[in-house]
Design a protein. Structure first.
Length: 173
């Protein structure tokens, strides 16, 4: 099993055997599902949804919407057309122009999401494994090993700063 990014093209995204996601307006989106009733969702995260935000575990039918600029993470179980967990609301920079994010898919494990104030690991079902709130502005996800995730400074000029965190807990090692 693996989680893969999903691309929005011409206002919709192909969700494979599960259906498709359609952008239906400035603040709404629709999941047209093949295994159950369609599901519309409004507000965040539909308002800020981009191709960089959508990840799917095609085997399990689990969809994760990670905000590039927004503050809400939504997760869906596409076999039932329901949210698989309550939405997560993140603390973000008050200026949307200063918000940053990044995602690293870890084959067989899930993915790691970073925003300027959060580092979160999700398993392949979209459940939170760990969540660290700290100042991650100016950091990017460089690599993931069997036991660690390494963040590097994205400052210019390059400083060579890095931090290593446990893949099991998210704590610095």
């Amino acid at each position: 099993m693996t989680v893969r990014p999903v691309v929005i093209d011409l206002g919709w995204a192909d969700l494979g055997e599960w259906g498709r996601l359609e952008l239906t307006g400035a603040s709404s989106a629709l999941l047209r599902l093949t295994h159950c009733e369609d599901r519309e969702f409004r507000g965040e995260p539909a308002e800020t949804l981009t191709s960089d935000d959508i990840f799917l575990n095609e085997t399990l039918g689990r969809l994760i919407l990670l905000p590039r600029v927004g503050a809400t993470i939504a997760r869906f179980d596409l076999s039932y057309g329901v949210r698989s967990a309550p939405d997560l609301t993140l603390s973000r920079d008050p200026d949307p122009g200063l918000r940053t994010s990044g995602v690293k898919v870890i084959n067989g494990l899930g993915l790691i999401y970073r925003s300027e104030g959060n580092l979160i690991m999700f398993d392949e079902q979209g459940d939170v494994v760990w969540h660290v709130s700290a100042d991650f502005e100016g950091w990017g996800i460089a690599q993931v090993s069997d036991t660690t995730v390494t963040l590097v400074s994205t400052e210019w000029p390059p400083s060579g700063k890095q931090q290593t965190r446990s893949l099991a807990t998210g704590q610095r090692v």
